[in-house]
Design a protein around this ligand. Structure first.
Ligand SMILES: Cc1cc2nc3c(=O)[nH]c(=O)nc-3n(C[C@H](O)[C@H](O)[C@H](O)COP(=O)(O)OP(=O)(O)OC[C@H]3O[C@@H](n4cnc5c(N)ncnc54)[C@H](O)[C@@H]3O)c2cc1C
Ligand code: FES
Length: 505
């Protein structure tokens, strides 16, 4: 599969091709229009078709071309912000409901795989959460007790099965899972089409209207009239401010190293270091691929992303000496909600018949699956006891310090308006690179392709006018404020921005 939201290639893209669908070429209507054909949109579409709705899915790329193709696909109910933290912020009952929904997410995936005979290497296995005892004394016990109160199946293991990750006790979570993301999503797309759903790709939605005549309008001015609209674009493009001030976009990095077969015990592993790491295997016929991720930083706020890969490679070599060579290097984006729980339900800025699912953190796979259950219930008027904890309108007073810290960080990004540029003019920009340049009082984002052709845009993000930054790893323009991203040639990739960068002379 050709990478879509950046130039790096994940292991899933390197080992599987997704089927092609056609663009929408006329006005149409349905019960539910789903915008975004990643795991969130496709799982929601599947559930709604099963409950008898007519469903149209649209995506401006191919299916699964967004963050879903860049995942590492740990399927887990182990919340990465920790259950004790969720309990502190939201209370014991909410932590229990969060655990219940996460577990239901894993079970739904297994059910979909079984019912539709999807060959996607779905495997149940244990996950191990490793805390360095000297750095975080008492945290293991605190998390163990919080997990038990939340109803999570957890044990204290004497050490992780891969001993070089720590020769001290860790938490073991039985019955987690993993799969090949693109094989799963391809199976899900087939199931949607078989159930009568329609999928259109290369179809960019430019305008979303709620109220009593919900509709989505494409860039080519075709209109999809629907009873309800689900905005499953990872970062909701229907919402301008409300949600984007309650979550922050982070880049995260992954390497895939070839290792001899069966030299690392087959499990999921996570540590609690700062920055933290997430590890799994992909079993192949002749060798295994060790997949190690981490080194997260806020989007658009790191000048040297290549160093992140070097850090990961060094960290991996120290703990996995059997790693032979690096076969994959890729990066992606996750959205971190300030209070640890995702946002699923009515769009606060568009509450009549427009729904969102965002704030997936590094747990977007289970998030997508319980979001699909919840949205199916909401659209069909059924009660769901998870609705309140995921309500996008919620304000979590105990998360105020995080809200203020992230708000301050966003405000500081506007200083880039007066930051001097790296290059004096476009002649200095090396081919295949982009840079923000000063033109009088204006700032332009200038990309020079490998043949020397220049593409010039206003450097002000169409969302709320932060200055975009050049991402050297992915050859994209990334916005440091709320995570909008654009191709080198200006086309919008990730919301909240809906429009492309504005070309300038
Ligand atoms: C490196 C990495 C590792 C991860 N590891 C894990 C993990 O181990 N476990 C886990 O649970 N989660 C993990 N995640 C998170 C998880 O993969 C994502 O949260 C999840 O795949 C997001 O799915 P999505 O459907 O919400 O978004 P996406 O897959 O991004 O789909 C959104 C779709 O919307 C489309 N779109 C956007 N705007 C428009 C528009 N205006 N019109 C039409 N279409 C539009 C895009 O083209 C895209 O296809 C990881 C993420 C990354 C980046
Ligand atoms: S994403 Fe909000 S200003 Fe760019």
């Amino acid at each position: 599969m050709i990478p879509e939201s950046g130039k790096t290639e994940s292991i899933w893209m390197g080992t599987f091709d997704v089927p092609k669908f056609s663009p929408l070429d006329k006005d149409t209507s349905c019960d539910v229009c789903v915008i975004g054909a990643g795991i969130t949109g496709l799982t929601s579409a599947y559930m709604l078709l099963r409950s008898g709705k007519s469903v149209i899915v649209v995506d401006d790329g191919n299916i699964a071309g967004g963050e879903s193709s860049r995942t590492t696909a740990h399927i887990t109910n182990v919340i990465d912000d920790r259950y004790y933290h969720i309990e502190n912020l939201h209370g014991e009952e909410s932590a229990r409901l969060a655990a219940e929904s996460q577990t239901a997410g894993i079970n739904l995936i297994e059910k979909i795989v079984t019912e539709n005979n999807i060959e996607c290497d779905f495997t149940r296995l244990s996950g191990y959460l490793i805390f360095k005892p000297d750095e975080r004394s008492g945290v293991l016990e605190m998390e163990y007790e919080a997990c038990q109160r939340a109803g999570i199946n957890v044990k204290i293991a004497s050490e992780p099965p891969h001993k070089k990750l720590g020769d001290y006790p860790c938490l073991e979570f039985p019955n987690q899972a993993e799969f090949h993301m693109l094989k799963y999503l391809c199976g899900l797309a087939n199931a949607i089409v078989t159930a009568g759903g329609k999928i259109y790709t290369q179809t960019h939605i430019k305008k979303i209207t709620g109220g009593n005549k919900p509709a989505a309008e494409t860039k080519d001015k075709y209109k999809i009239t629907a009873g309800d609209i689900i905005v499953a674009t990872n970062s909701p493009v229907s919402d301008y401010v409300a949600i984007h001030t309650k979550q922050a976009a982070y880049r995260t990095y992954v390497i895939g190293a070839s290792i001899p077969k069966d030299t690392v015990p087959h499990a999921l592993y996570w540590d609690n270091e700062d920055p933290y790491h997430y590890i799994r295997l992909y079993k192949q016929q002749k060798n295994d691929i060790l997949i190690v991720g981490g080194e997260d930083h806020k989007t658009g706020q790191d000048d040297n992303p290549e160093q992140r890969f070097r850090n990961l490679i060094k960290w991996t070599a120290e703990r996995f000496p059997m790693a032979e060579h690096i076969e994959y290097k890729w990066s992606g984006q996750v959205l971190e909600p300030f209070d640890g729980l995702s946002f699923i339900g009515k769009d606060p800025e568009n509450p009549e018949h427009v729904y969102i699912a965002t704030g997936d953190s590094g747990m977007g796979i289970t998030h997508a699956s319980y979001a699909a259950i919840l949205l199916d219930d909401m659209i069909n008027g059924r009660e769901n006891r998870w609705a309140e904890i995921y309500d996008p309108k919620r304000i979590t007073l105990k998360a105020a310090p995080e809200f203020i810290k992230e708000g301050f960080n966003t405000a500081v990004q506007y200083i880039d308006i007066i930051t001097p540029p790296e290059y004096a003019d476009e002649n200095e920009i090396p081919p295949g690179t982009g840079a923000v340049l000063n033109f009088g009082k204006d700032k332009s984002a200038v990309y020079k392709d490998i043949n020397g052709k220049i593409y010039k845009f206003s450097a002000f993000c169409p969302h709320l006018k932060c200055i975009v930054e050049w991402n050297k790893t992915e050859n994209t323009w990334d916005c440091p404020c709320h995570g909008s991203r654009f191709e080198a040639t200006g086309k919008v990739i990730n919301g909240p921005a809906l429009a492309d960068l504005k070309p300038v002379n």
